[in-house]
Design a protein around this ligand. Sequence first.
Ligand SMILES: Nc1ncnc2c1ncn2[C@@H]1O[C@H](COP(=O)(O)OP(=O)(O)O)[C@@H](O)[C@H]1O
Ligand SMILES: [Mg+2]
Length: 169
Amino acid sequence: MAGRRGALIVLEGVDRAGKSTQGRRLVEALRADGHRADLLRFPERTTEIGRLIGSYLVKEKNLEDHTNFCLDWCKQPDVGLPKPDVILFLHLSPEAAAERGNFGNERYENSSFQEKVLQSFSRLMKDKTLNWKTMDASKSIEDLHREIKSIAEETMQEVQNKPLGELWK
Ligand SMILES: Nc1ncnc2c1ncn2[C@@H]1O[C@H](COP(=O)(O)OP(=O)(O)O)[C@@H](O)[C@H]1O
Ligand SMILES: [Mg+2]
């Protein structure tokens, strides 16, 4: 039918929140139900935003001004991109994230840095033009998967006859 479309569902969160795990699980489950589903990795850009902002936050004392300036600047390259139908924010404390596998091996994997990234997310989440849903990422992989799948199915139903939006326009 003309006009029907799929949903653009974004998983966000700090390192080790479970984005890759849940993204894979969701695509597998949707395919098993006969849907067409693809996993796109947009991380080198989207998580880069959080990282960039975080790196400024670490250096700057005047947080509010610099953060707002930096946030607008970081958002520029993504203006006009397809707007996610829903952004699932997998919320996990830096302490809980640190307890998950291999934490600390990479440059940004330390709790104080991830704390800054979390603060940057909370600023981005004040943007009410976006459909953010906060998920408790400390739940088991299976429980979280069930919740995410149910939101994905609802979203697919809701948006199928609606036009895709443009980000920050
Ligand atoms: N809900 C969960 N509970 C416990 N461990 C988890 C959970 N989700 C993911 N993990 C584990 O945490 C690590 C990071 O998960 P991953 O999906 O790669 O996170 P991200 O892509 O957000 O960095 C992996 O070792 C994964 O198996
Ligand atoms: Mg990942």
